[in-house]
Ligand binder design. Sequence first.
Ligand SMILES: [Mn+2]
Length: 465
Amino acid sequence: MEGIITSIKILGNSKKYTLISLKKDTLILEEIILKEDIPLGNFVKIDTEDKITESKKSSNKVLSTLKENINLIIDKELDRPDYVSDIDELNQGIRKLTPFMKKHAKTFLLKLFFGAPIIIRYHNDADGSTGAYSVYLSILEILSKFNIQIKPNITWLMQKNVIYELGDAIFDKNLENYFMTIEKPLLYITDFGTSIQSNKGAEKITETFDVIWLDHHPIEKGFFGENFNGYLNPWSLGFDSEITAGFLSSLFGYVISGKISAEIINASFIGDYSKYADPKKPGNDLALFLDMATSDPSALGSYNSKNITPYELYNIITDKEKYLSFINTAKMKMEEAIEKAKNNIKKYKVNETIIYVCDFSNVKNKESKYPLPGRFSSKLLDVLMEESRNSILILHFGVYISFRIPKELSEKVQILKIIEEFKGNSEDVDSGGGHSSAASIKLYESTDKKAYIKLIIEKIKKQLE
Ligand SMILES: [Mn+2]
């Protein structure tokens, strides 16, 4: 094998080298693990017995020509017609998003081919994980298209909270200790972090990483991410949270590889309570499965109880029998929880509207992490709405209060406005946000939660009157 070394990964006392070469217009990527030290950027020839037969420094000219040529190959690959959704309204969004996606996809592919470390962080719910999963599938597709056998340097991290904290940035930057690469490392974030509380982390990571950040939460004033190149949010383009992160990442995956799955997109819409969700189309089971998988990775046999990677998901989803049995378990657990909630719920009536208040600790099965309150509250509201369309749900657990408001009421009941008002009073409220139909607020331990819920109900009542 021969090529230019674009990435060196340190593995104890040996190193993994990524070699790039171009034969005519064909991109060839190879990797080799050696004990020898070879400088980054060198052109090397290695014989069949893994002996280095030639090693010489590449001039800057050679390196920049290589990059140019690979960019040409990428441009050619990305030159495909825009994705067309069968949901008409979405196509406007797709048209506006696609040019940005193309720019980011180009960055992503260059990093991928050059063996730069890539960290992919996704929120631990059905939406965030559909995002990670679709990016994963598009990587598989593009590698197979180019007939590339090497394992890319990608780290998949599921994000439990909704903030990209300084600690996360420090953790990510630590990766630099294990790599020497021509291309800067890349952080890809989806479905979380659009908050001023992510500012410190975002500032820190952009010192040495390129960042692609696809989110759909309303943008907080003063959010640092808004300033940088790789940040993309439908809100900045005149759209809103109905375009989910799972959809954004699926579209990103399409731009990269030409492949996209309507089922994955629908699962993200269902998972995030988007108006584009269609319960009659495929996606329900996947949303349910991903929701359980991300709430409780150990239930799936994941070696890490805090993380589930897309390749673990892939292994289950493509094993029909296993996949079905997990779906059945998830359905059973969800139904159990719904029944418990129905027997443990308080009702407040305002004209035609019923405000339901549910204490999640009365519902939660102590042995199982699934269901998590977020998805559960969406499901519970669906069930409650079978009785009356005019239903609002407040579900609380620990220091969190979460809200589910049906679309038809979300103009009248402006929950984000109420949350913003409370956030002004920082003595009681730690953080809060979401979108018009699904939002939550985090109180401090010391805050009197019961009194706060009462206050919130009063505010909602006022908006309803
Ligand atoms: Mn989301």
